[in-house]
Design a protein around this ligand. Structure first.
Ligand code: NDP
Length: 452
Protein backbone atom coordinates (compact mmCIF):
# COMPACT_ATOMS: atom_id res chain seq x y z
CA UNK A 1 0.00 0.00 0.00
CA UNK A 2 1.31 3.47 -0.85
CA UNK A 3 1.25 5.96 1.99
CA UNK A 4 1.29 9.76 1.75
CA UNK A 5 4.29 9.83 4.10
CA UNK A 6 6.86 7.45 5.53
CA UNK A 7 6.46 9.19 8.88
CA UNK A 8 3.88 11.49 10.40
CA UNK A 9 4.96 13.15 13.65
CA UNK A 10 2.36 14.64 15.97
CA UNK A 11 3.98 17.32 18.11
CA UNK A 12 6.68 19.88 17.28
CA UNK A 13 8.66 19.78 20.52
CA UNK A 14 12.18 18.57 21.22
CA UNK A 15 11.51 14.86 20.58
CA UNK A 16 9.22 15.18 17.58
CA UNK A 17 11.34 17.75 15.78
CA UNK A 18 14.53 15.73 16.24
CA UNK A 19 12.87 12.55 14.96
CA UNK A 20 11.42 14.38 11.93
CA UNK A 21 14.70 16.09 11.05
CA UNK A 22 16.80 12.96 11.32
CA UNK A 23 14.29 10.77 9.47
CA UNK A 24 13.92 13.27 6.61
CA UNK A 25 17.25 15.11 6.56
CA UNK A 26 19.64 12.24 7.28
CA UNK A 27 17.75 9.17 6.17
CA UNK A 28 15.75 10.57 3.26
CA UNK A 29 12.29 9.63 4.55
CA UNK A 30 9.20 11.54 3.45
CA UNK A 31 8.08 13.19 6.68
CA UNK A 32 5.25 15.44 7.85
CA UNK A 33 4.81 17.02 11.27
CA UNK A 34 1.74 18.64 12.85
CA UNK A 35 1.89 21.10 15.74
CA UNK A 36 -1.21 22.78 17.14
CA UNK A 37 0.56 25.53 19.09
CA UNK A 38 4.05 26.91 18.58
CA UNK A 39 6.97 25.01 17.08
CA UNK A 40 9.60 24.18 19.70
CA UNK A 41 7.31 22.69 22.32
CA UNK A 42 7.50 23.00 26.07
CA UNK A 43 11.27 23.37 26.30
CA UNK A 44 11.55 26.30 23.94
CA UNK A 45 8.22 28.06 24.35
CA UNK A 46 7.20 27.61 28.00
CA UNK A 47 9.87 25.62 29.75
CA UNK A 48 13.63 25.27 29.90
CA UNK A 49 14.56 28.21 27.69
CA UNK A 50 12.35 31.04 29.02
CA UNK A 51 12.84 29.63 32.54
CA UNK A 52 16.63 29.77 32.25
CA UNK A 53 16.48 33.33 30.90
CA UNK A 54 14.36 34.22 33.93
CA UNK A 55 16.93 32.54 36.17
CA UNK A 56 19.57 34.83 34.67
CA UNK A 57 17.32 37.88 35.05
CA UNK A 58 16.68 37.05 38.70
CA UNK A 59 20.35 36.69 39.58
CA UNK A 60 21.44 40.27 38.91
CA UNK A 61 20.11 41.86 42.07
CA UNK A 62 22.44 39.83 44.28
CA UNK A 63 25.22 40.11 41.72
CA UNK A 64 24.98 43.91 41.88
CA UNK A 65 24.89 43.84 45.68
CA UNK A 66 27.98 41.64 45.64
CA UNK A 67 29.64 44.00 43.18
CA UNK A 68 29.49 46.67 45.89
CA UNK A 69 31.38 44.37 48.22
CA UNK A 70 34.04 44.12 45.55
CA UNK A 71 34.44 47.88 45.38
CA UNK A 72 32.03 48.85 42.64
CA UNK A 73 29.68 51.78 43.12
CA UNK A 74 26.65 49.83 41.89
CA UNK A 75 22.95 50.20 42.59
CA UNK A 76 20.38 47.56 41.52
CA UNK A 77 17.41 49.86 40.92
CA UNK A 78 14.05 48.43 39.85
CA UNK A 79 13.40 45.42 37.66
CA UNK A 80 11.43 46.22 34.51
CA UNK A 81 9.38 43.10 33.83
CA UNK A 82 7.80 44.55 30.67
CA UNK A 83 11.20 45.31 29.17
CA UNK A 84 12.44 41.84 30.00
CA UNK A 85 9.29 40.16 28.71
CA UNK A 86 9.54 41.99 25.40
CA UNK A 87 13.06 40.69 24.91
CA UNK A 88 12.05 37.23 26.06
CA UNK A 89 9.16 37.09 23.59
CA UNK A 90 11.45 38.20 20.78
CA UNK A 91 13.98 35.51 21.69
CA UNK A 92 11.30 32.82 21.69
CA UNK A 93 10.10 34.05 18.26
CA UNK A 94 13.67 33.74 17.01
CA UNK A 95 14.01 30.22 18.36
CA UNK A 96 10.66 29.15 16.97
CA UNK A 97 11.71 30.43 13.55
CA UNK A 98 14.96 28.45 13.85
CA UNK A 99 12.96 25.28 14.60
CA UNK A 100 10.76 25.95 11.58
CA UNK A 101 13.66 26.53 9.24
CA UNK A 102 15.42 23.43 10.56
CA UNK A 103 12.38 21.36 9.63
CA UNK A 104 12.02 23.07 6.27
CA UNK A 105 15.69 22.58 5.39
CA UNK A 106 15.38 18.90 6.24
CA UNK A 107 12.43 18.65 3.83
CA UNK A 108 9.74 18.09 6.46
CA UNK A 109 6.19 19.19 5.56
CA UNK A 110 4.57 20.99 8.49
CA UNK A 111 0.91 21.43 9.39
CA UNK A 112 0.09 24.16 11.91
CA UNK A 113 -2.90 22.45 13.40
CA UNK A 114 -4.00 19.68 15.72
CA UNK A 115 -3.76 16.14 14.46
CA UNK A 116 -5.30 12.98 15.89
CA UNK A 117 -4.88 9.36 14.97
CA UNK A 118 -7.79 7.67 13.21
CA UNK A 119 -6.24 4.29 12.46
CA UNK A 120 -2.87 2.59 12.62
CA UNK A 121 -1.71 4.46 9.50
CA UNK A 122 -4.02 7.46 9.25
CA UNK A 123 -3.87 10.89 10.83
CA UNK A 124 -6.85 13.24 10.87
CA UNK A 125 -6.00 16.94 10.63
CA UNK A 126 -8.10 19.62 12.30
CA UNK A 127 -9.10 21.06 8.91
CA UNK A 128 -10.76 17.78 7.95
CA UNK A 129 -7.98 16.35 5.79
CA UNK A 130 -6.78 12.81 6.34
CA UNK A 131 -3.25 11.74 5.58
CA UNK A 132 -1.68 8.31 5.67
CA UNK A 133 1.76 7.31 6.90
CA UNK A 134 3.69 4.09 7.25
CA UNK A 135 4.74 5.14 10.75
CA UNK A 136 3.18 7.57 13.19
CA UNK A 137 5.16 9.16 16.01
CA UNK A 138 3.35 10.58 19.02
CA UNK A 139 5.44 13.36 20.52
CA UNK A 140 2.76 15.52 22.08
CA UNK A 141 4.53 16.15 25.39
CA UNK A 142 2.75 17.07 28.59
CA UNK A 143 0.93 19.91 30.27
CA UNK A 144 0.72 21.25 33.83
CA UNK A 145 -1.77 19.47 36.05
CA UNK A 146 -3.51 20.89 39.11
CA UNK A 147 -6.40 19.91 41.36
CA UNK A 148 -9.83 21.01 40.13
CA UNK A 149 -10.40 23.29 43.13
CA UNK A 150 -7.22 25.23 42.43
CA UNK A 151 -8.15 25.68 38.78
CA UNK A 152 -11.59 26.91 39.80
CA UNK A 153 -10.06 29.43 42.20
CA UNK A 154 -7.97 30.82 39.33
CA UNK A 155 -4.55 29.41 40.26
CA UNK A 156 -1.88 29.84 37.60
CA UNK A 157 0.52 27.28 36.17
CA UNK A 158 4.10 27.73 35.06
CA UNK A 159 2.76 28.40 31.53
CA UNK A 160 1.03 31.55 32.79
CA UNK A 161 4.08 33.00 34.54
CA UNK A 162 5.82 33.75 31.25
CA UNK A 163 2.78 35.70 30.13
CA UNK A 164 2.13 37.87 33.19
CA UNK A 165 1.54 41.54 32.35
CA UNK A 166 3.13 42.58 35.61
CA UNK A 167 4.97 40.79 38.38
CA UNK A 168 2.81 40.29 41.48
CA UNK A 169 3.88 41.67 44.85
CA UNK A 170 3.29 38.32 46.49
CA UNK A 171 2.89 34.77 45.27
CA UNK A 172 2.10 31.41 46.80
CA UNK A 173 3.68 28.48 45.00
CA UNK A 174 2.21 25.06 45.68
CA UNK A 175 4.41 22.01 45.04
CA UNK A 176 7.91 20.87 45.84
CA UNK A 177 9.18 19.56 42.50
CA UNK A 178 11.57 21.02 39.90
CA UNK A 179 9.12 23.61 38.65
CA UNK A 180 7.86 24.83 42.02
CA UNK A 181 11.38 25.24 43.42
CA UNK A 182 12.79 26.89 40.33
CA UNK A 183 9.99 29.46 40.14
CA UNK A 184 10.15 30.12 43.87
CA UNK A 185 13.80 31.10 43.44
CA UNK A 186 13.27 33.05 40.23
CA UNK A 187 10.38 35.12 41.57
CA UNK A 188 12.18 35.68 44.87
CA UNK A 189 15.20 36.94 42.94
CA UNK A 190 12.98 39.30 40.95
CA UNK A 191 11.73 40.87 44.15
CA UNK A 192 8.38 39.07 44.58
CA UNK A 193 7.48 37.98 48.11
CA UNK A 194 7.40 34.19 47.73
CA UNK A 195 5.68 31.65 49.95
CA UNK A 196 5.97 27.98 48.98
CA UNK A 197 3.91 25.09 50.34
CA UNK A 198 5.06 21.53 49.95
CA UNK A 199 2.85 18.78 51.32
CA UNK A 200 5.67 16.32 52.07
CA UNK A 201 8.58 16.35 54.49
CA UNK A 202 11.20 17.83 52.19
CA UNK A 203 11.18 19.44 48.74
CA UNK A 204 12.55 17.75 45.60
CA UNK A 205 11.42 14.22 46.35
CA UNK A 206 13.56 11.66 44.53
CA UNK A 207 16.80 13.65 44.79
CA UNK A 208 19.57 12.94 47.30
CA UNK A 209 18.34 13.65 50.81
CA UNK A 210 21.30 15.75 51.88
CA UNK A 211 21.16 17.76 48.65
CA UNK A 212 17.45 18.39 49.14
CA UNK A 213 18.07 19.65 52.65
CA UNK A 214 20.86 21.90 51.46
CA UNK A 215 18.75 23.44 48.67
CA UNK A 216 15.87 24.02 51.10
CA UNK A 217 18.17 25.76 53.60
CA UNK A 218 19.68 28.00 50.95
CA UNK A 219 16.26 28.85 49.51
CA UNK A 220 15.08 29.90 52.94
CA UNK A 221 18.26 31.88 53.56
CA UNK A 222 17.61 33.79 50.35
CA UNK A 223 14.15 34.76 51.45
CA UNK A 224 11.74 32.10 50.16
CA UNK A 225 9.11 31.42 52.84
CA UNK A 226 9.20 27.68 52.41
CA UNK A 227 6.74 25.62 54.44
CA UNK A 228 7.02 21.86 54.24
CA UNK A 229 4.33 19.51 55.51
CA UNK A 230 1.86 22.18 54.44
CA UNK A 231 -0.93 22.10 51.91
CA UNK A 232 -3.86 24.24 50.84
CA UNK A 233 -7.20 23.44 52.49
CA UNK A 234 -9.31 26.08 50.83
CA UNK A 235 -8.81 28.99 48.49
CA UNK A 236 -11.02 31.63 46.92
CA UNK A 237 -10.57 34.76 44.85
CA UNK A 238 -10.86 37.97 46.90
CA UNK A 239 -10.12 41.64 46.34
CA UNK A 240 -6.39 41.91 45.61
CA UNK A 241 -5.71 38.22 45.03
CA UNK A 242 -6.57 34.83 46.44
CA UNK A 243 -7.38 33.98 50.03
CA UNK A 244 -5.79 30.73 51.10
CA UNK A 245 -6.26 28.63 54.23
CA UNK A 246 -3.60 26.01 54.79
CA UNK A 247 -3.08 22.91 56.91
CA UNK A 248 -0.73 24.75 59.29
CA UNK A 249 -3.59 27.02 60.40
CA UNK A 250 -2.42 29.97 58.34
CA UNK A 251 -4.82 32.20 56.43
CA UNK A 252 -3.42 34.75 54.01
CA UNK A 253 -4.09 36.61 50.79
CA UNK A 254 -1.58 36.24 47.96
CA UNK A 255 -1.74 38.33 44.83
CA UNK A 256 -1.15 35.22 42.73
CA UNK A 257 -1.19 31.50 43.44
CA UNK A 258 0.84 29.19 41.22
CA UNK A 259 0.35 25.43 41.19
CA UNK A 260 3.36 23.40 40.10
CA UNK A 261 1.96 20.04 41.08
CA UNK A 262 3.17 17.86 38.26
CA UNK A 263 2.49 17.40 34.58
CA UNK A 264 0.16 15.13 32.63
CA UNK A 265 0.95 13.49 29.30
CA UNK A 266 -1.00 14.98 26.36
CA UNK A 267 -2.92 11.95 25.14
CA UNK A 268 -6.50 13.10 25.63
CA UNK A 269 -8.59 12.97 22.50
CA UNK A 270 -5.77 11.67 20.31
CA UNK A 271 -7.72 8.52 19.53
CA UNK A 272 -4.98 6.21 20.75
CA UNK A 273 -6.81 3.86 23.12
CA UNK A 274 -9.49 3.02 20.56
CA UNK A 275 -6.73 1.75 18.28
CA UNK A 276 -5.21 -0.47 20.91
CA UNK A 277 -2.35 1.78 22.01
CA UNK A 278 -1.88 1.14 25.74
CA UNK A 279 -1.98 4.10 28.09
CA UNK A 280 -0.67 4.05 31.65
CA UNK A 281 -2.24 5.32 34.84
CA UNK A 282 -1.38 8.97 34.18
CA UNK A 283 -2.46 8.69 30.54
CA UNK A 284 1.11 8.19 29.30
CA UNK A 285 1.74 6.15 26.17
CA UNK A 286 3.25 2.81 27.13
CA UNK A 287 6.22 1.98 24.91
CA UNK A 288 9.01 -0.61 24.80
CA UNK A 289 12.75 0.10 24.67
CA UNK A 290 12.38 1.00 20.98
CA UNK A 291 9.67 3.57 21.78
CA UNK A 292 7.17 1.31 20.02
CA UNK A 293 3.57 1.16 21.28
CA UNK A 294 1.25 -1.84 21.33
CA UNK A 295 0.28 -0.89 17.74
CA UNK A 296 3.41 -1.70 15.69
CA UNK A 297 3.18 1.29 13.30
CA UNK A 298 2.76 3.79 16.15
CA UNK A 299 5.70 5.01 18.25
CA UNK A 300 5.98 7.62 20.98
CA UNK A 301 8.84 9.66 22.44
CA UNK A 302 9.36 12.34 25.06
CA UNK A 303 7.20 13.46 27.97
CA UNK A 304 4.08 11.82 26.53
CA UNK A 305 5.71 8.50 27.46
CA UNK A 306 6.57 9.72 30.99
CA UNK A 307 9.92 7.94 31.15
CA UNK A 308 12.52 10.57 32.06
CA UNK A 309 10.86 13.92 31.38
CA UNK A 310 13.83 15.94 30.21
CA UNK A 311 14.48 17.63 26.87
CA UNK A 312 17.79 15.90 26.10
CA UNK A 313 16.19 12.52 26.80
CA UNK A 314 13.30 13.26 24.41
CA UNK A 315 15.85 14.30 21.79
CA UNK A 316 17.79 11.05 22.22
CA UNK A 317 14.56 9.03 22.04
CA UNK A 318 13.48 10.81 18.85
CA UNK A 319 16.90 10.37 17.29
CA UNK A 320 17.11 6.68 18.23
CA UNK A 321 13.65 6.07 16.77
CA UNK A 322 14.59 7.74 13.46
CA UNK A 323 17.90 5.84 13.23
CA UNK A 324 16.18 2.54 13.99
CA UNK A 325 13.27 2.85 11.59
CA UNK A 326 14.72 4.91 8.76
CA UNK A 327 18.48 4.60 9.09
CA UNK A 328 18.86 0.82 9.45
CA UNK A 329 20.77 1.55 12.67
CA UNK A 330 18.83 -0.13 15.47
CA UNK A 331 19.37 2.13 18.48
CA UNK A 332 17.77 2.16 21.90
CA UNK A 333 17.73 5.43 23.82
CA UNK A 334 19.96 5.08 26.88
CA UNK A 335 18.15 5.93 30.09
CA UNK A 336 21.00 5.01 32.42
CA UNK A 337 23.01 7.64 34.30
CA UNK A 338 21.22 10.69 32.94
CA UNK A 339 22.54 13.86 34.54
CA UNK A 340 20.22 16.77 35.23
CA UNK A 341 20.08 20.11 36.97
CA UNK A 342 17.45 21.92 38.96
CA UNK A 343 17.86 25.65 38.42
CA UNK A 344 17.20 26.76 41.94
CA UNK A 345 19.52 29.31 43.49
CA UNK A 346 21.92 27.71 44.12
CA UNK A 347 21.52 25.05 41.44
CA UNK A 348 21.38 21.32 42.10
CA UNK A 349 23.31 19.18 39.63
CA UNK A 350 22.93 15.47 39.92
CA UNK A 351 23.78 12.15 38.30
CA UNK A 352 23.37 8.57 39.35
CA UNK A 353 22.18 7.14 42.61
CA UNK A 354 21.14 9.09 45.65
CA UNK A 355 22.66 8.00 48.95
CA UNK A 356 19.29 6.51 49.90
CA UNK A 357 19.11 4.37 46.73
CA UNK A 358 22.76 3.29 46.92
CA UNK A 359 22.48 2.35 50.59
CA UNK A 360 19.87 -0.26 49.73
CA UNK A 361 22.31 -1.89 47.34
CA UNK A 362 25.37 -1.29 49.59
CA UNK A 363 28.15 -1.42 50.63
CA UNK A 364 28.95 2.21 49.90
CA UNK A 365 31.19 5.03 51.01
CA UNK A 366 29.80 8.56 51.15
CA UNK A 367 32.08 11.54 50.61
CA UNK A 368 30.62 14.95 51.22
CA UNK A 369 31.71 18.48 51.90
CA UNK A 370 29.91 21.77 52.45
CA UNK A 371 31.69 25.09 52.47
CA UNK A 372 31.41 28.81 51.84
CA UNK A 373 32.67 29.49 48.32
CA UNK A 374 35.29 32.17 47.85
CA UNK A 375 33.28 34.56 45.69
CA UNK A 376 30.29 35.02 47.95
CA UNK A 377 32.22 34.57 51.19
CA UNK A 378 34.37 37.58 50.20
CA UNK A 379 31.17 39.54 49.61
CA UNK A 380 30.12 38.67 53.16
CA UNK A 381 27.36 36.24 52.21
CA UNK A 382 26.68 33.15 54.31
CA UNK A 383 25.93 30.99 51.20
CA UNK A 384 27.22 27.44 51.40
CA UNK A 385 27.73 24.93 48.64
CA UNK A 386 27.73 21.14 48.82
CA UNK A 387 29.54 18.41 46.87
CA UNK A 388 28.90 14.74 47.36
CA UNK A 389 30.10 11.48 45.89
CA UNK A 390 28.57 8.08 46.51
CA UNK A 391 31.12 5.32 45.93
CA UNK A 392 30.63 1.56 45.66
CA UNK A 393 32.88 0.07 48.35
CA UNK A 394 33.62 -3.04 46.30
CA UNK A 395 34.04 -1.84 42.69
CA UNK A 396 35.17 1.68 43.78
CA UNK A 397 32.98 3.13 41.04
CA UNK A 398 31.36 6.50 41.63
CA UNK A 399 27.67 5.66 41.69
CA UNK A 400 26.32 9.14 42.22
CA UNK A 401 27.40 12.75 42.33
CA UNK A 402 25.32 15.58 43.77
CA UNK A 403 26.34 19.20 43.70
CA UNK A 404 24.50 22.18 45.17
CA UNK A 405 26.31 25.30 44.05
CA UNK A 406 26.12 28.19 41.63
CA UNK A 407 26.95 26.64 38.26
CA UNK A 408 26.21 23.09 39.44
CA UNK A 409 24.47 22.41 36.12
CA UNK A 410 27.69 23.13 34.25
CA UNK A 411 29.77 21.11 36.70
CA UNK A 412 27.60 18.02 36.64
CA UNK A 413 27.70 17.86 32.85
CA UNK A 414 31.47 17.30 33.01
CA UNK A 415 31.43 14.99 36.01
CA UNK A 416 28.77 12.99 34.12
CA UNK A 417 31.25 12.06 31.39
CA UNK A 418 33.64 10.49 33.86
CA UNK A 419 30.87 8.76 35.78
CA UNK A 420 29.25 7.44 32.59
CA UNK A 421 32.67 6.05 31.64
CA UNK A 422 32.75 4.17 34.91
CA UNK A 423 35.22 6.34 36.81
CA UNK A 424 36.28 5.12 40.24
CA UNK A 425 36.94 7.23 43.30
CA UNK A 426 40.64 6.69 42.63
CA UNK A 427 40.22 8.12 39.10
CA UNK A 428 38.73 11.23 40.67
CA UNK A 429 41.59 11.31 43.22
CA UNK A 430 44.37 11.07 40.64
CA UNK A 431 42.90 13.99 38.71
CA UNK A 432 44.84 17.09 39.71
CA UNK A 433 42.66 19.89 41.02
CA UNK A 434 41.97 23.07 39.10
CA UNK A 435 42.64 25.85 41.59
CA UNK A 436 40.91 27.89 42.89
CA UNK A 437 37.48 26.69 41.79
CA UNK A 438 34.61 25.19 43.75
CA UNK A 439 34.62 21.94 41.76
CA UNK A 440 38.17 21.09 42.83
CA UNK A 441 36.59 19.72 46.00
CA UNK A 442 35.32 16.82 43.88
CA UNK A 443 38.87 15.54 43.42
CA UNK A 444 40.10 16.29 46.94
CA UNK A 445 37.52 14.44 49.03
CA UNK A 446 39.85 12.39 51.20
CA UNK A 447 37.86 10.46 53.82
CA UNK A 448 34.34 9.06 53.66
CA UNK A 449 31.98 10.79 56.08
CA UNK A 450 30.09 7.54 56.44
CA UNK A 451 29.81 4.03 55.09
CA UNK A 452 26.70 1.94 54.73
P1 NDP B 1 7.07 17.02 39.86
O1 NDP B 1 6.32 15.78 39.63
O2 NDP B 1 8.55 17.03 39.86
O3 NDP B 1 6.60 17.70 41.20
C1 NDP B 1 5.25 17.88 41.53
C2 NDP B 1 5.17 18.42 42.92
O4 NDP B 1 3.84 18.76 43.25
C3 NDP B 1 5.63 17.41 43.95
O5 NDP B 1 6.29 18.13 44.97
C4 NDP B 1 4.31 16.81 44.44
O6 NDP B 1 4.36 16.34 45.75
C5 NDP B 1 3.42 18.02 44.40
N1 NDP B 1 2.01 17.69 44.22
C6 NDP B 1 1.46 16.84 43.31
N2 NDP B 1 0.12 16.84 43.42
C7 NDP B 1 -0.19 17.69 44.40
C8 NDP B 1 -1.43 18.13 44.97
N3 NDP B 1 -2.59 17.68 44.54
N4 NDP B 1 -1.37 19.02 45.98
C9 NDP B 1 -0.19 19.50 46.44
N5 NDP B 1 1.00 19.13 45.92
C10 NDP B 1 1.00 18.24 44.91
O7 NDP B 1 6.48 18.01 38.73
P2 NDP B 1 6.94 19.40 38.19
O8 NDP B 1 5.66 19.99 37.70
O9 NDP B 1 7.75 20.18 39.15
O10 NDP B 1 7.89 19.01 36.98
C11 NDP B 1 7.49 18.10 35.97
C12 NDP B 1 8.69 17.49 35.30
O11 NDP B 1 9.27 18.42 34.44
C13 NDP B 1 9.81 17.08 36.24
O12 NDP B 1 9.63 15.82 36.78
C14 NDP B 1 11.01 17.15 35.36
O13 NDP B 1 11.20 15.91 34.75
C15 NDP B 1 10.65 18.20 34.34
N6 NDP B 1 11.39 19.45 34.59
C16 NDP B 1 12.74 19.47 34.52
C17 NDP B 1 13.44 20.63 34.78
C18 NDP B 1 14.92 20.63 34.73
O14 NDP B 1 15.51 19.68 34.20
N7 NDP B 1 15.58 21.63 35.28
C19 NDP B 1 12.75 21.86 35.12
C20 NDP B 1 11.34 21.73 35.18
C21 NDP B 1 10.69 20.57 34.92
P3 NDP B 1 4.86 14.85 46.14
O15 NDP B 1 6.36 14.90 46.09
O16 NDP B 1 4.34 14.67 47.51
O17 NDP B 1 4.26 13.94 45.15
Amino acid sequence: MAFDYDLFVIGGGSGGVRAARIAAGEHGAKVALAEEYRMGGTCVIRGCVPKKLMVFASSYKTAIEDARSYGWAAEAGAFDWQAFRGKLDAELDRLEAAYRSGLKNAGVTTFDMRATVSDAHTVALADGRKVTAKHILIATGGRPAMPQAAAEAGALTSNDIFKLDALPKSVLIVGGGFIACEFACILNGLGVEVTQFYRGEQILRGFDGEARGHVAEEMRAQGVNLHVGTDVIEMKPVEGGTWVASTDGREAVYEKVVYATGRSPNTEGLGLEALGVKLGRKGEVVVDDWSQTAVPSIFAVGDVTDRINLTPVAIREGHAFADTIFGAKPTKADHELVASAVFTQPELGTIGMTEEEARDRGPIEVYTTAFRPMQTAFAGRPDRVMMKLIVCATTRRVLGCHIVAPGAGEMIQLAAIAIKMGATKEDFDRTVAVHPVMAEELVTLRKPVRTA
